[in-house]
Design a protein around this ligand. Structure first.
Ligand SMILES: Cc1cc2nc3c(=O)[nH]c(=O)nc-3n(C[C@H](O)[C@H](O)[C@H](O)COP(=O)(O)O)c2cc1C
Length: 322
């Protein structure tokens, strides 16, 4: 079994944590674990497998998040992921979208701990990399601590290597996925209690974390912290992660150094046919809080999507910030 050192992670986020974002994030932090967007077993098995698994070796450590509920399919996809080089395979038990509910996976699986446990067991038997579960603290009326503890017990007994807990419940009807990330109140106390009751299981906290200091505070009592929206919207936050969270004394890069390292990647991808905007949309927040940040953001967002927009758009934007 490979061990897991994931004191800090960037959350899986559909449409956001694609391979371009991850390459960029890796230039800010060497140690933070990155996650893919969720990939469904259906897409991996019946779709363009190579495209869904595609990533650059420089992205490591990077984990693959799977959506699905069939143990044999999950095991097969876990193997595909491990063979492709992902360092962890994670099961999505937190997404409340209608599409995911129709497929009977995501957050609705909190009501079926045995199904998740069977997936974990099948995946553990198939791969040597860690198998983890990302969940909520409850769904709908099924939001007692006892139900969460029973779910945790089931996945832990099946061999789950870490439980990542988005510290709010989800309403499966009536709230959009976006509202389900804001409306149900955060209950960090529930996650802390879970760790007390399951001291041998690695527990990672997620939801509403805005700063590394906040994450570091939780690391005194928990095994990891996962940051989602803040890591995407203010990526510069990640530049201090190696020092603050992983005790790596290497000084953080400057934003311009990050950009200098990113440009060759953009050139390479652009030359291979990726539209400029598909990459630059992830770096709009790079200069947040610095002189010229708004000019940078505006130039990229207004110019990069235009037909024929080329690498010079990025260079022009760079000249607008200090
Ligand atoms: C745009 C977006 C897409 C998301 N997609 C996924 C996903 O594919 N899988 C998943 O488990 N969670 C997904 N999430 C939820 C995040 O992983 C995270 O649990 C949530 O945003 C709470 O963390 P935060 O407050 O730090 O953002 C998504 C969140 C956002 C904002």
């Amino acid at each position: 079994m490979q061990s897991r050192n994931a004191r800090l992670a960037v959350a899986p986020m559909m449409d956001w944590t694609d391979r371009h974002y991850r390459y960029f994030a890796r230039l800010l932090t060497r140690h933070t674990l990155l996650y893919t967007e969720m990939v469904t077993t259906g897409a991996l098995i019946h779709g363009d497998t190579a495209r869904f698994l595609r990533h650059d070796p420089a992205e490591h450590p990077v984990a693959l998040q799977l959506g699905g509920a069939d143990p044999a399919e999950m095991a097969h996809c876990a193997r595909l992921g491990a063979d492709a080089g992902f360092c962890e395979v994670n099961i999505n038990v937190g997404c409340p979208s209608d599409r995911v509910q129709n497929g009977r996976f995501g957050a609705c699986l909190m009501a079926e701990p045995d199904v998740v446990a069977n997936c974990v067991a099948a995946m553990k038997a198939a791969v040597a990399v860690p198998v983890t579960v990302k969940t909520r603290i409850g769904i709908d009326e099924r939001d007692s601590y006892e139900a969460l503890a029973a779910f945790t017990d089931a996945v832990a007994n099946a061999g789950c290597d870490a439980l990542i807990v988005h510290a709010r419940k989800a309403w499966l009807q009536g709230l959009s996925p976006r509202e389900n990330r804001d409306v149900p109140p955060l209950r960090y106390d529930v996650v802390l209690r879970l760790k007390q009751d399951f001291p041998d299981l690695a527990i990672v906290i997620n939801g509403g974390l805005q700063t590394l200091a906040q994450a570091a505070g939780f690391l005194e009592r928990l095994d990891g912290a996962m940051i989602g929206r803040a890591a995407y919207q203010t990526p510069w936050l990640l530049a201090d992660a190696d020092r603050v969270i992983f005790s790596d004394p290497t000084p953080p890069p400057t934003p311009h150094e990050v950009l200098d390292a990113f440009v060759p990647y953009v050139e390479r991808e652009f030359a291979a046919g990726v539209p400029l905007n598909a990459i630059t949309r992830h770096i709009l927040g790079l200069f947040q809080g610095r002189p010229g940040a708004r000019r940078w953001r505006r130039h990229l967002s207004e110019q990069a999507h235009k037909p024929g927009a080329g690498i010079e758009v990025l260079r022009d934007a760079t000249r607008r910030v200090q």
